[in-house]
Design a protein around this ligand. Sequence first.
Ligand code: C2E
Ligand code: CA
Ligand code: CA
Length: 668
Amino acid sequence: MSAAIKPSELRQKRIIERDSVSALYADSVGGLLVTIACALALIFGFPGSGLQEFKYTWGALFFCLMSFRLIDTVYWHRKLRYTDYKPSGPQKRFVISVFITSIMWMTYALTLIQSADWLELSTLIIILSSLAGGGATVLSGNLKLSVIYSLLMTAPLSLMMVLSDDKNQNILGVLGLFFAVVLVLASIRAAQFTRNAIMLKNRNADLVDSMEEKNKEISEANSALESKVQDRTREIYELSNIDPLTGLFNRNAFSTSLSKILVNCEAQGRPFALLFIDLDGFKAINDTQGHGVGDRVLVAIAQRLTLFSKGPEYICRWGGDEFIIVIEDVDSDDAIDFGRDLIKSLSQRIQVDLSKLTVGATIGVAMYPEHGNDESELISLADTAMYVQKEKAKSDVCVFSADMRKSQLREQELKEGLALALQNHEFHLVYQPVIDNQTNEVSFCEVLIRWELDGVLIPPQEFIPIAEQYGFIHEIGEWVLMKACVESGNWIFDDKVDISVNVSVPQLLRNDFVDIVKAALVNSGFPATSLHLEITESVFANNADVMFARIAELQSLGIKVSVDDFGTGFSSLSQLQKMSADIVKIDRSFIASMDEGGQAIIQATQYMAKQLGYSVVAEGVETKEQADELSDIGVNCSQGYYFSYPMTIDKLSQWYEDFKQGKLKDPS
Ligand code: C2E
Ligand code: CA
Ligand code: CA
């Protein structure tokens, strides 16, 4: 079985063969010219030696052969040299033509030996030996050829001369034979040398090839690595810049792109509007339908927003259900129109599985450069405008105004003040008596907080909402409760008089609220049965059932619960029944408007409360007429400036003395 030759080996063999042929052709021009010169010298250099006709015929044939070889050599130089040519054809041509050349020289020499004189013969043998010597190197690309050439050029002539009768010829012949042997050995060495050189060159080429291959592999591995690094970089970029749910820019990325927008718009003197969008009713969907549905609503909203955006860098998910969108080259009227279109689109129904859901959106707008030229400032201003609009009416657009900035600064100032107010002892309490309309006795006193910041009294209407918003209300509320229980422990009233403490919605929503109340009672020794807690109707807006349970728990301790500002919230009659409060405090706006229909509401509330077994307190009683009328209607208690302003506990004793003697101060 013969071993199959691999294609790579075949290719290798062919390359070596071609290199050998190339070596033959590359060196042959010089050799050919020398050969032609030698032939001319011999033909025309010895005219008198006879056989001239033979010489011309031989010369003609020889020049034809030389011409062919020259043309063939030029052809190789011009057409084949630098190509991937097939070596077999040129090789055949070269070998045959060199072989014929040597045969012709041999014929020439053997013919001339008969008639040539000593000089011509010597010249001939020297020329042939020289040519043979040159052939040993010039033909080293082909071992066989160079050996045959050397032998044919020198051996036959030398042999003939050895066999000759002429002694001189014998000597020359022996020398010639000796020279022929030397030439054969030299040819073999030269051919081996050339072959080694070719092999070495090809091995180097192989090495270069394999290095190139390795380089290719390395660069492929490199580019694979590079693309992996790029993928990873993109992933990291997405993780830190893209909101995974909606695919929109997150805060981080948007802040960067907003700075770029700012720089561009500043350079080109172009305005833009920043719209801060907050969804309305999203929390309810999340709470009732679950977070999965909520997420899908957010995705749908993001898709709709994207349709309104110039590009991904102009839009972001700022937080939970808050988004921001930037539109360039608009004034505030355009921004309002744009915002309203946006609200219309966002308010379209969203299909999630079988349910159709709707959310609204409230939008605040800040204009660049009119309102600010800093990205966080613009976002904060648009947020403020959104917040203001939300308080006013949801699902509409509001552009930021200077007044909002003023109130924002004020809010900031109060927020900072509130953080230190307790430790700086800036709070104190005042008490406002609530009078029983039937007995004309003090029924209880409402506890109201006062804050004196840098010698100025800040109205609770202003700072309580801020305390609620920023969480200070818990500490403050706890302090009020404790302080009221301790202060009223040394009560100046003859009979037991209850205190009524206001409680904010966030306080009541906290799970530990009942514990906090209990702790205040225990620590102060104040009886639970003398404590009222005033809560507003709005506490029932969310988590109504939890609130009803909490109220019941407080009542089980003996504490009375009042519904404050009744009529201003949205309590329905059925809710009032469920609340099972002890006291209903009718908001002072109804007392102030008693002549314009308020009386009817008071009467209705009074009737309803009576049915449910609640006590009714009228707030904001400022005149004797109001007090009398309320008494006539059957309202249990009255509170207001007509009886007393809220007072510190020290002033309360003097007031109480006067009150007992029937001396009511004129509130004016
Ligand atoms: P509120 O609970 O409705 O308290 C009654 C408010 O009406 C008090 O205002 C009181 O000074 C005022 N007032 C009483 N009689 C009259 C009257 O005849 N005419 C008019 N026009 N007003 C009258 P104040 O003290 O400024 O308190 C405002 C609100 O601040 C309170 O309204 C209450 O919601 C809140 N607040 C006050 N103290 C506390 C507190 O300690 N904790 C909590 N959470 N809220 C408090
Ligand atoms: Ca109150
Ligand atoms: Ca009130």
